[in-house]
Design a protein around this ligand. Sequence first.
Ligand code: AGP
Length: 363
Amino acid sequence: EQAGKGEYDHFMLKEIHEQPTALSQALEGRIDTQNGRIALADFDPGTFADIDSVQFIACGTSYHAALYGSLALKQAGVESTALLANEYSVSAPPVDDDTLVVAVTQSGETADTLNALRRAEAEGAMTVTVTNVVGSTAAREADEALFIRAGPEIGVAATKTFSSQAVMLTLLGQRIAADRHGDPPADLDTLLPELAAMPDALDDLLAETDAEAIAERYHNSRSYFFIGRGLGFPVALEGALKFKEITYEHAEGFASGELKHGPLALVTPDTPVFAIFTGQEDEKTLKNAEEAQTRGAPVVAVCPEDHRAVDVADAHLEIPETDADLAGLLANVQLQLVSYYAADLLDRPIDKPRNLAKSVTVE
Ligand code: AGP
């Protein structure tokens, strides 16, 4: 097992560092920056032309990637919603043959997600799975499979598969919007080069990160809060899930604007707030972070170097400049690293957290 970790102490850290390669593999042959068109040759031309609405179904980290994909698709002008697969039987909106249901599952074997997928198929929806495992049950049962090509992920905490899922869902959303509207979405020209540059941006981030120092500074706190707006919201949820999963400490993610509707009562000098800035209404998020800071909470801004939040925050995790559709994914990698280093300082088992399994095959 040690041999498989290479130079790293844990699979999780290795897999965090594999993300530039994972994203290169995911994007290979799937985007065409020259002509400003997404290839996604995985699907025949016009595959999604008749789709009226999209439902994403998933659990855990994959649900956060699904929420990311759903928000991106809405921004591209297509009706969509993300649903927890284990709630699908009681919360699914109506489905017909103009509905696309996208099952997002790294393993392709999660029982809750497979059950929801089967239900959607029985009701006549077109189905696609976005998965890492060729030959998995989801890949075999869905009408179409879009493979994220992240390579094996051994750590129970999903890291590289989240990034690859979110990027593939962003691409899929652009493709659905293009098929539906007959033309590529207007912002595609700016998005594609930034997508192609993601592996390099991640390399830069990983080469120079203050995540270990931030973990050192705050790892003995009472609770940890993560806030984000728009595409930063699923990243806040994912930051908190990762943190609680491997550190065993209490962490919660909130939509930035929700802080004042209740969670602010929990904020004290002993509850660091990680604020994610993606370029979507950042002024509002900064105001929300300052409200926490006024109550004594240290604020860690996750944003580019020249962002106004850097002057306001108590600490900073830098992300390279990129498109607002992708900034949250870079922020998420900084948060993965903070969780990892905090768990290491707390002497947690990291790759195999108590009570958790890599693939949950029971309901
Ligand atoms: C995340 O770190 C967890 N391992 C967990 O939430 C996981 O994402 C969830 O169980 C879904 O798994 P899947 O992607 O294999 O369906």
